[in-house]
Design a protein around this ligand. Structure first.
Ligand code: CTP
Ligand code: CA
Length: 228
């Protein structure tokens, strides 16, 4: 009975998850990328669907098994992710922004392969990408819950995360310390702290499915507190 109740506790909720890592073209065959596998985002999607939510995943370059019943849209670049988020965000109740979005991208990549004999090694000029999460959180309507993710390195990880929570006006941010061995990118386990304005909850190291379930519990709590 309790298990069944728990299973359906997200029924009626539309959850948008971004997962993976964006790739920014250098030319027609090369890109600037990052090490995000998409495991955390896909685990969130799987757990949320299991608990009754209607889940859409914007997947940036993720090569993982997909959950039946979840809607997936594939994107490659930060710009494509921003466009897809712009379309999907207005119709969601909860945004879980777990994708690793490139902060910089090559300016005006050529539409062909750069040849090695064409001259000296080219310099790659970069420009900043827009902060998708900042923009979405700023345009949200009442009742939308917005959760960010941050991979930080060692000392100061929590302080950096608190800063992002405030600057981007998030309901919560999930932070992991990627200086710890076996944690974070491309690993089956994670160890995170969920930072919300009113409390900070460290979660012991566990498989990403368990971490995902705890993050969804926190979303439920935040939404209950917000409407109480
Ligand atoms: N994010 C985003 N758009 C970007 C960069 C980041 O939406 N251009 C989102 C990420 O998906 C994540 C959150 O912002 O949910 C925090 O990302 P993070 O890289 O930790 O923070 P930044 O603001 O990019 O700062 P920095 O990389 O310098 O720590
Ligand atoms: Ca960043």
């Amino acid at each position: 009975e309790a298990v069944l109740a728990k299973r359906a506790d997200l029924a009626g909720l539309r959850i948008l998850v971004t997962a993976g890592g964006t790739r920014e073209p250098i030319d027609s065959v090369r890109f600037v990328g990052n090490r995000s596998s998409g495991r955390m985002g896909f685990a969130l999607a799987e757990q949320a669907a299991r608990r009754g939510a209607a889940v859409t995943v914007l997947a940036a370059n993720v090569a993982l098994e997909r959950t039946p019943g979840v809607v997936y849209r594939d994107v490659e670049t930060a710009a494509q992710l921003a466009d897809a988020c712009g379309e999907e965000f207005p119709r969601c109740d909860v945004l879980l922004m777990s994708a690793a979005v490139a902060d910089f991208r090559p300016v005006a990549p050529p539409d062909a392969k750069i040849k090695k004999d064409a001259g000296p090694p080219p310099a790659i000029e970069l420009e900043a990408t827009p902060d998708i999460l900042l923009a979405l959180a700023a345009q949200r309507r009442p009742g939308q819950t917005v959760v960010g993710f941050a991979a930080e390195h060692g000392d100061g990880a929590l302080d950096f995360a608190r800063g992002k929570l405030a600057r981007k006006r998030l309901d919560a941010i999930v932070v992991n310390d990627i200086s710890q061995p076996g944690i974070g990118f491309d690993t089956p386990d994670n160890e995170v702290t969920i930072v919300a304005p009113d409390r900070e909850r460290p979660l012991p190291r566990a498989p990403k499915g368990e971490i995902a379930a705890a993050i969804l519990d926190e979303v439920v709590r935040l939404r209950t507190t917000a409407t109480a």
